[in-house]
Design a protein around this ligand. Sequence first.
Ligand code: GLU
Length: 550
Amino acid sequence: MDYKDLANLIFPDAKEISYYEEKYPERNLPEGAVVTRFAPSPTGFVHIGGLYQALVARTIAQKTGGVFFLRVEDTDQKREVENGVTGIVNSLKDFDMAPDEGMISDTEEIGNYGPYKQSLRRDIYQAYAKYLIEQGKAYPCFCTVEEGEEIRQKQESAKIRPGYYGVWAKCRNLTVEEAIQKIKNGENYIIRFKSPGREDKKIKHKDIIKGNVDFPENDQDIVIIKADGLPTYHFAHAVDDHLMRTTHVIRADEWLSSVPLHLQLFQELGFKAPKYAHISPIMKNDNGGKRKLSKRKDPEAAVSYYKEQGIPYEAVKEYLLNIANSTFENWRRANPDKKMEEFDFQLNKMSVSGALFDMVKLLDIGKTIISKMTAEEVYERSYEWAKEYDLDLEDLLKDKSYALKVFGIERGNKKPRKDISKWSEVKENIEYMYDNKFFEKSQNYSYPEAISNKEDISKILKLYIEKYYDENDDKQTWFDKIKALSVEMGYAGEVKEFKANPDKYKAHVGDVSTVIRIALTGRTNTPDMYEIMKVLGKETVISRLEKAIK
Ligand code: GLU
C-alpha cells in the first residue's frame, strides 16, 4: 500500500488537479496587468481597514488594466453572521467599488474563475489535498482535542515553541498501513500539511510594502482540511489565489508572519507564488498613545458609519488615498479638479507603519467635494440620504425647485461656498431658508454689539422695508442702498471711513447689514445675503423683517 491508496481512501471522488488547472487557465491580460482581490470573511460589519485594503487593491488593478475580484472567505462557518455576504457586497457598492469579478450578491457571482465563495469550493480543495497526500506531503491526523491540549501543556511547561511540528507531530510518522487501518476503524481525522521546513533556517521575503523581511522557515504541520471537510485559511489562500490567478496579494499585515508558511504551501503545491503587499492597520490617537481603530470602541471603524452620517463616499475614498500615498496631498493641490482615479497610485510607496485616522481632515475633504457639486447633485444626494436617515429633511426637500434655488446659493462659481461636509449637516445648513422652520422657532436674534440699541435696530429694519428694499434691484444697487441706509442713520457707509474716524460714527455699514442678516435669517453667518433675499422672495423678506421688528 502506498500514498495513493491512502489518498483514494480519504478522497475517493476528488478530481485530478489537472482538471482545475485547465479549467482556470492563466489570464490573458496585457503586460504588467495586476490581479488583486478583496477576500473578507462574512463575520461581522465591514471595517474601514477592509475598505482601505479593497480600495488599494482595486486602484492598482484598475491602473494596470488588471482585474479586481471579491472572494468570500466563509470557511469558518461558526463565526459567520447573518447577511454577512450581502453586507460586504453592498458596502463595496456604496463606495462605488463593485468588483470586476466575484460575488455580486449573497448568491450570485460574475467571472470565470469561480465559485468565489469558499464554501462552494470544497471539491477543489479536496482535489489539491488529495494531490498532496499522494506525494506524501500531507497526511491524516487522528489526534483528538484532548491529545492536542496535552501536547500544548507539555510544551508550555517545558517552555518550548507551541505547535504541531517535529517530534510533537505524532501522526506525521504513522505508516500508510497504520493510517489506513485507523480510518477503516472509523477514527476521526483532519488533514495536515507535512512541512519540509526547519525552524533554524531563515527565509528572505521581499514584501512590496514592508520591504525585505527575514523569517525562520515554517516547520508547523498546519491543518489544511478541517473535520468539517473545509480548508483552513492558509490552504484556501494558496489554492484560490493560484487558481484565480491573483498576481498581488494585498492584505492586512497581521498575515505577514504567515508568509513563510504560505510560500512553502505554494512551493509544495507546485504553484508560482504571488507577490505580497501587507498593509498596516489604520491607527487612532488615544490618550497620547496610538492604537488600532477598534470594532468595539470606535463607531467610525464600521464603514456603515460613513453612510449613516452622510459622509460622501468620494470623501472617504479620497481620504483613504491620502493616507495610502503621502504624495496624494500635493497632487491634489496641484490638480484640484482632476478625478482621484487619475492619481498615479504606487503600492510600494505605502507607509510601513500605520497611518493615523483623522476625521477632521476627512470632513474637510467632504466639504471640498460637496462644494464642487452642482445644486442638482447636492439635492439628489442629500435627498437620497434623507429618505433613509432624516424624514424631516426629506420633507423640506420635497419641493425640488425651491431646494435647487437654496442649494444654488454661492454654488457653481469659481470659489463656491464650502459649508457642508456631510449630508447630515444639510438640514441645519438650510433650515432657515424655509418659512415653516423659521417661524416655528422663536428666533434668538443676537445683534452685533456695535448696534445694541433696540430702537436703532427697529429703525434700520423699518427704514429698509419702507424706503430701500426692492426685490428687483441688481446686486450693486442693493448694496448701495444698504450703504445709503447706513449713512441716513448715522453709520459709516464704508468700513474704511469708520476705521479712520471711529468717533464720528455709531458703527458702520457692515454692522447694519449684519442687523438685516440676523433679522432675516436668525444667523450671523450665512452665504451671500443678496442671493438669500432673491431666493426667499419679497413676501418672506418683509414678513421676516417685520417679525424681527416686533
Ligand atoms: N479572510 C481573510 C481576512 O478577512 C483574508 C485575508 C486575505 O486577504 O488573504 O482576514
